[in-house]
Design a protein around this ligand. Structure first.
Ligand code: ZN
Ligand code: ZN
Ligand code: ZN
Length: 358
């Protein structure tokens, strides 16, 4: 398909403030390369990386420990899943709506759901970046199984798998873990993406993210790394300084539909991307990461293309983060460093983790 290969004449905008369109959310991002301070000097402040113990008796996620609500974790040796003790959603709150103000000025509706915690490893001191590809593969299997099991629940129409990493992202416990929130309705971001994917498929008779992956693989300048099944890019419309998008190379709707080789490919690319992040500022890189995939509402959803977003806040060093304030909250997000420069920086660091695993 020729459309996928069509590039963009970015040189026309070199050094000029401009805006870029995000076709997934149909939002715009303001880019100000003219504000980019000097070329990168390679100087970093370390944010005091400290060595964690392999087991922490005070951690509510470590094997064998007691959790806040009194439950005791089993002596698990690989992964461990449990219902969140302080879940944001309740399993069955019925079908209640409350309306007021004539139209929909005041509108509320009950929302049933399930919140689970997934421990990636019994080792308190590890992260995805420092786990083996085989160990991450075990986590991929758990995610696929949870996506299927939660999606089969009668009320559940969407399963959001995500990880908050680091205190900067509000994650208080360093133990490697993620969360799954399964909901009765489709949340805002995947809903926006679904509408865009549907419209694109109708207008172009092809998949937006298949076309986009082909375009980026052809252009190369925003590609961070790839394997047979996945490619990681800094998307053209990236909002966060080092945001990446991990795209399945095959048109596949959800994590459960990945074949064995693709699941291994997902584990591989997760390790490589998180390692590059850690190596960039020699710190345990904070981020929110999550998968976007086909809703579990029983419809086919041929438009969905499985992918992951990494949304990291760091800008210039382990301690200097990007703030979303002022114009960004009230107008549009803005960035100085272009997506092309961010991709080049991430390509420039190695895939051997800077910390040796004990
Ligand atoms: Zn722990
Ligand atoms: Zn596709
Ligand atoms: Zn998405």
């Amino acid at each position: 398909m020729t459309r996928g290969r069509a590039g963009v004449e970015l040189e026309k905008l070199e050094g000029k403030s401009h805006r870029r369109f995000n076709p997934l959310t149909r939002d715009w991002i303001l880019v100000s390369p003219n504000r980019m301070e000097r070329p990168w000097q390679g100087q970093t402040e370390t944010a005091g990386d400290f060595v964690l113990p392999k087991y922490d008796p005070g951690c509510y996620l470590c094997p064998g420990n007691v959790r806040a609500e009194g439950g005791r974790n089993p002596a698990y040796s690989a992964t461990f899943v449990f219902d969140n003790d302080f879940a944001a959603l309740q399993p069955d709150v019925g079908d209640v709506t409350a309306q007021g103000g004539g139209g929909n000025l005041l509108l509320a509706a009950s929302e049933s759901g399930v919140c689970r915690v997934v421990c990636f490893s019994p080792r308190h001191d590890l992260t995805l970046a420092r786990m083996t590809i085989g160990e991450i593969g075990g986590v991929v299997e758990v995610w696929a199984e949870q996506y299927r099991a939660l999606g089969e629940l009668p009320r559940i129409q969407h399963v959001q798998i995500f990880e908050n990493r680091g205190a900067m992202m509000g994650c208080s416990n360093p133990h490697p873990h993620g969360q799954i929130w399964a909901t009765e309705s489709i949340p805002n971001e995947p809903r926006k993406e679904e509408e865009s994917l549907e419209d694109y498929a109708r207008e172009h008779h092809s998949c937006m993210l298949c076309d986009y992956a082909e375009l980026e693989l052809g252009a190369g300048e925003r590609v961070v790394c790839q394997n047979e099944s996945f490619v990681a890019v800094v998307p053209f419309w990236a909002t966060w300084p080092f945001e990446t998008l991990l795209l399945a190379k095959r048109h596949v709707g959800d994590i459960e539909a990945l074949e064995a080789g693709e699941r291994a490919g997902l584990a591989d690319i997760l390790k490589r991307v998180t390692t590059r992040y850690d190596n960039l500022f020699q710190t345990s890189f904070p981020y929110s990461m999550g998968f976007h995939q086909r809703p579990t509402d029983g419809k086919e959803h041929a438009e969905w293309h499985f992918h992951a977003h990494f949304l990291p806040p760091l800008l210039r060093s382990a301690a200097v983060k990007k703030f979303m304030v002022g114009f960004e909250l009230l107008g549009s997000p803005q960035r100085d460093m272009t997506a092309e420069v961010a991709a080049e920086r991430l390509r420039g660091v190695g895939e051997e983790h800077y910390l040796v695993r004990g």
